[in-house]
Design a protein around this ligand. Structure first.
Ligand SMILES: Cc1cc2nc3c(=O)[nH]c(=O)nc-3n(C[C@H](O)[C@H](O)[C@H](O)COP(=O)(O)OP(=O)(O)OC[C@H]3O[C@@H](n4cnc5c(N)ncnc54)[C@H](O)[C@@H]3O)c2cc1C
Length: 472
């Protein structure tokens, strides 16, 4: 393979193309809004957050009139284009417990429960979203990250999650995933994978069957949060309550401008080569990730492909159209380079397609939920690249907030809007770019066996020094 190898840029992820080709996931049409309507609850955004919110609203109150407005199609955004890692928030247990003590521990537990509940939901609702629970493998890929691997296991043990993080030697790792980049690490026993777009579309179709009104191809162009009214080019939806589930696009709202930092993340997908997966002993189906800050995450598919993802400081596009976030040739070509380094045994297997999407990074690396002034609009944001499992709990929290219910989810410390705000402009935008680049450069240099460089290291570490849960 040459350095110029560049997979086909995809408007839709491979996942979504696969799902939409099947009638049970394509589902019935959900045409755009046509004229003004009223509803009990209007939900902005048809990703997992918005859809799980709708699901739990209907669970709690079946006769509730719920409307979802989605600019693209449900699952057209990150919910149908992600890596499909289904995790809790074990990695953020230190932040949650440090800030909230026992309540932080309860938060970790509820997030963890979602891993199993997503599987149970698929089973009960007959949605074949390729749900599996093989756990994940995490490991260092350069000597500087070896200590981080050991530290992760040690912290987990100290916090009481020793059963979740099982240390693995190089030999033990290679018995499950024989790549030359593997050094030392661990297995996270409680974690799974899904086919992200099948989950998103399965959920959408279950909602339609339950009477949720979904308007796809309907971008919200203006929103009044105090007397909920979502204006679109085709009409206005007025409702008693609203839920903002717009992920990175919520940055367009003044209330969230300093609460979310944007990052891009991209995936390249190989052609099927199950015999090569077998040869490298990656037959357990585990999700795999390294310990870079701009991490690589990868997992096999049922037909023997590899979805190989990586985070980037580059976020393409800024519009309401999810496709405009989709593809960045520079980030894709860096991923191709890294894929070939990780998988020399895949020489000759083409990388067929590539896509990407935005990540809504929260200052503490933990999602936040709350209610805007006026008391009738609620939000769930800041999933920071780990939303597949957490959005499920998010839906419980948001449905509870919208109905004014006091329960185990709405009483969590993450449900009261607690979040760390980023500095004001122009510092924010400059920092977002400069620090983001430094983080990737630092990781790339260390993976190439070079020192990170003093300035790069200083910049990459700046957010953590300033009290954010970000960076090395
Ligand atoms: C490439 C990639 C890989 C990822 N990998 C993983 C992973 O392996 N595991 C994991 O846990 N997480 C992963 N994530 C993160 C995860 O996908 C998200 O956290 C999660 O999908 C967020 O769901 P959401 O519903 O909040 O947002 P979204 O799915 O983004 O839904 C928001 C919706 O709002 C719509 N919208 C935007 N503006 C408007 C408007 N003006 N009017 C109407 N609708 C609008 C968008 O089209 C979008 O569909 C990944 C993300 C990406 C991009």
């Amino acid at each position: 393979m040459t350095d110029l190898e560049l997979p086909r840029p995809a408007r839709r992820s491979w996942w979504l193309e696969e799902a939409l080709a099947l009638p049970e996931f394509a589902g019935p049409e959900a045409p755009p809004l046509a004229g003004d309507v009223t509803a009990d609850v209007v939900i902005l955004g048809g990703g997992y957050t918005g859809m799980w919110s709708a699901w739990f609203l209907k669970e709690r109150q079946p006769d509730l009139d719920v409307v979802i407005l989605e600019a693209d199609i449900c699952g057209g955004g990150p919910s149908g284009r992600n890596g499909g890692f289904l995790n809790g928030q074990y990695d953020e247990a230190d932040v949650l417990i440090e800030r909230h003590g026992d309540e932080g521990r309860r938060t970790v537990e509820l997030f963890a429960r979602a891993i199993d509940e997503v599987g149970a939901w698929c089973e009960v609702n007959d949605v074949d979203a390729w749900y599996e629970r093989p756990g994940q493998l995490g490991f260092s890929t350069n000597p500087s990250h070896d200590a981080k691997a050991a530290q992760t296991v040690e912290w987990a043990r100290e916090l009481g999650y020793g059963d979740v993080y099982e240390p693995l030697t190089n030999e033990q790792l290679k018995a499950r995933f024989d790549s030359p980049v593997v050094r030392t690490g661990f297995r996270v026993s409680h974690g799974g994978t899904v086919h992200p777009a099948r989950l998103a579309r399965g959920l959408r179709n279950a909602l339609l069957a339950r009477g949720v009104r979904i308007f796809e191809g309907t971008p919200i162009v203006r929103f009044d949060a105090r007397r909920p009214a979502a204006e679109t080019p085709f009409g206005v939806v007025r409702a008693g309550r609203a839920i903002v589930a717009l992920n990175a696009w919520a940055r367009a709202m003044r209330d969230f401008r300093r609460s979310l930092l944007l990052r891009g993340t991209y995936i390249v997908m190989s052609a099927p080569a199950p015999e090569r997966l077998e040869a490298m002993r990656w037959t357990g189906g585990e999700g795999v990730y390294d310990l870079r800050t701009s991490l690589h995450y990868l997992r096999p598919t049922r037909d023997g492909r590899i979805a190989f993802g990586g985070s980037s400081y580059r976020v393409t596009g800024r519009g309401a159209d999810s496709a405009s976030y989709g593809y960045d040739p520079r980030s894709a070509s860096a991923l191709v380079r890294d894929f070939r380094r990780w998988f020399p045994s895949f020489d000759g297997v083409p990388l067929e397609t590539s896509w990407g999407g935005p990540i809504d990074v929260a200052g503490l690396h933990v999602p936040f939920f709350g209610t805007l002034p006026g008391g009738v609009t609620h939000y769930g944001l800041g999933f920071t690249g780990n939303g597949v499992g957490p959005c499920h709990l998010g839906g419980k929290i948001l449905s509870g907030l919208a109905l004014g219910v006091e329960d185990e989810a709405t009483s969590l410390p993450i449900s009261d809007g607690d979040r760390r705000r980023f500095p004001p402009e122009p510092l924010f935008s400059i920092g977002e770019r400069v620090v983001g680049r430094a983080i990737v450069r630092r990781d790339d240099r260390m993976d190439a066996g070079r020192p990170p460089g003093r300035l790069t290291d200083l910049l990459a570490r700046l957010p953590r020094r300033l009290g954010f849960g970000l960076g090395p």
